[in-house]
Design a protein around this ligand. Structure first.
Ligand SMILES: NC(=O)c1ccc[n+]([C@@H]2O[C@H](COP(=O)([O-])OP(=O)(O)OC[C@H]3O[C@@H](n4cnc5c(N)ncnc54)[C@H](O)[C@@H]3O)[C@@H](O)[C@H]2O)c1
Length: 281
């Protein structure tokens, strides 16, 4: 610490080669996103590709036709490597195979968006045990397994990194009200767990320069609402949203890029709401 004048003289923007925008660049970085074929995952892949990273988009076996199309479209547009990889994140054997596939295709992992998730029918206060189990297995066990994979590669290769989880506003609010078409008892419970997992990992991995954060989207149009949202339900859900509209998946890209890049080098352990102001009240 110097006196105030000395500190002012050392402001980095005084250096002629300093460029804040370069901190958002992901040139040379390697990343994977789970649920990469879905609405939010595709937009993470696009944000990373535009910022210069090579990307693996990871989704369920059986999504080959869709994922190959997305990968080709992204690599043609952004001139980076984009590869489709297939893995059910709740299956530990498939996650082991994913690790081998990632090393083979990308060499290492600098950034990971742990994003695969499901919201199953019947998930109200009387949630049947099979729905409960499946939600926990995919959303929470899957997040644990794939985040472990990411942090182990980052530590083995000793280069730090950034891990981002997709949590949800359902993880901090019991938004299961007034005829919601998507009651989310088990789902919200997994999302609360994911935010807390991010905090514990952030604390444990800070010494390795691995930052861990979560984002909590509010209502964002994507595949997860497919077939379960009618006009009445949509309007009811919007009542507590100050911006009075659903978000778009591209509106998460800025936050993802920030948390993935050096622009957020002093940010770890946060849960960032991206919810049109829902969490104000
Ligand atoms: N859309 C929203 O309003 C919203 C709000 C808060 C949080 N989220 C979360 O965002 C994440 C992405 O969802 P989305 O909105 O893009 O929905 P989406 O349905 O478009 O995408 C989810 C993707 O996850 C994949 N997936 C499902 N189970 C999987 C498994 N076992 N292994 C691997 N992949 C699997 C699906 O195939 C799909 O491509 C989810 O975790 C969801 O809970 C979404």
């Amino acid at each position: 610490m110097g006196n105030y004048y000395d500190v002012y003289q050392k402001d980095v923007w005084r250096n002629s080669d300093y460029n804040l925008m370069e901190k958002f660049s992901l040139k040379g970085k390697k990343g994977f996103v789970t649920g990469g074929g879905g609405g939010i995952g595709r937009n993470t892949a696009a944000a990373w590709a535009e910022a210069g990273a090579d990307v693996a988009i990871v989704d369920l076996p059986g999504t080959e036709a869709h994922l190959e199309t997305v990968a080709k479209e992204l690599s043609d547009r952004y001139k980076v490597k984009v590869v489709p990889l297939y893995c059910d994140v709740s299956d530990s054997k498939q996650v082991d195979q994913l690790r081998d596939d990632l090393i083979k295709e990308l060499g290492t992992v600098d950034i990971a968006h742990i994003n695969a998730g499901v919201c199953l029918g019947g998930d109200d206060v009387d949630v049947p045990y099979d729905v409960w189990r499946k939600t926990i297995e995919i959303n929470l066990d899957g997040a644990h397994l794939t985040a472990q994979l990411a942090q182990k590669i980052m530590r083995e290769h000793n280069h730090g990194g950034s891990i981002i989880f997709t949590s949800s506003l359902s993880g901090y609010n019991a938004n299961n009200f007034r005829g919601s078409p998507t009651p989310v008892c088990a789902y919200g419970t997994t999302k609360a767990g994911i935010s807390q997992l991010a905090r514990y990992m952030a604390a444990g991995l800070a010494p390795y320069n691995i930052r861990v954060n979560s984002i909590s989207p509010g209502y964002v149009w994507s595949g997860i609402h497919e077939g379960v949202m009618d006009k009445e339900a949509h309007d009811i859900l919007l009542e507590p949203v100050p911006l009075r509209r659903f978000g778009r998946t591209d509106e998460l890209q800025g936050a993802i890029l920030f948390l993935s890049s050096e622009a957020s080098s002093y940010v770890t352990g946060i849960n960032l709401p991206i919810d049109g102001g829902y969490s104000i009240y």
